[in-house]
Design a protein around this ligand. Sequence first.
Ligand SMILES: C[S@@+](CC[C@H](N)C(=O)[O-])C[C@H]1O[C@@H](n2cnc3c(N)ncnc32)[C@H](O)[C@@H]1O
Length: 199
Amino acid sequence: MTIFFRARRFSAKVFRRTLRLFFGFDRWHTAPLCKRPYAQGIIAFCNRQPVRNSYIEIGCGLGDITRNVRYRRRHGCDIDRHVLNAARFVAYLQFQRNIIFRQFSFPETPVEYNNEHKFDCIVLVNWIHLIPPDVLKANIEKYFRENLTGNGMIIIDTVQDAEYRYNHDIKYLTSGLPCTIEKVGAYCRQREVWAISNQ
Ligand SMILES: C[S@@+](CC[C@H](N)C(=O)[O-])C[C@H]1O[C@@H](n2cnc3c(N)ncnc32)[C@H](O)[C@@H]1O
C-alpha cells in the first residue's frame, strides 16, 4: 500500500471520527468507503447503467454510495436522523446539494416522494439482515411492481454468516417475481450483492 493511500485512508478516518463527535451517529459509519469493497462494487455497477435518472437508497447511512453514483435525481433515506444530518453536511461540503436526504423507516415509509413514484435504482444494502425474510420479500415485491421504471433495478445484499440475524436466500426473496437476477459481486462474510430487474 502506498504512503499516499495510507494517508488518505487515515485522514478519511479522522474526518469521520470528528463528524461523529458532532453528530453522534453510530460508530459503524466511521469506516471509510475504501474499506468497503461491496459499496465500491455497487457504485461502479450503478455508474455503468445506461439509464441513470432517479435513484433512491434506503438505509443510506452517511451516503457513501448515494454521493458517488451518477444519477440525475438522488434520494438518501435512513431511519437515523443523526446520521442523516451528518450525510447532509458531507454532501454540502462536497457541493452535492441536490441530494434529498430524508428520514425513512422501512417498511412503513412510502418510497414515493413529491410525485416521484418510480426509480431507476432502489438500493437496500448492509442492514436488511435485520429484517425477517417474509417482510423483506413482501416489500421487495411491492417496490418491484410499483416503484421501478421500465429499466429499473433493485439492489440488495445477502450474507451467509451466523453472526447476522437473518441469512437471506435470493431465490426465496425473488420467487414469484417476473425478474432477472444478476450477481453484482461477492465479498467477505459470504456477502453477495444482487441486482433484481424487470428486463
Ligand atoms: C450498516 S449501515 C449501511 C449504510 C449504507 N447502506 C452502506 O452500505 O454504506 C445501515 C444503515 O441502515 C439504517 N437502517 C437500519 N434499519 C433501517 C430501517 N428499518 N429503515 C431505514 N433505515 C434503516 C441504519 O440507520 C444505518 O444507517
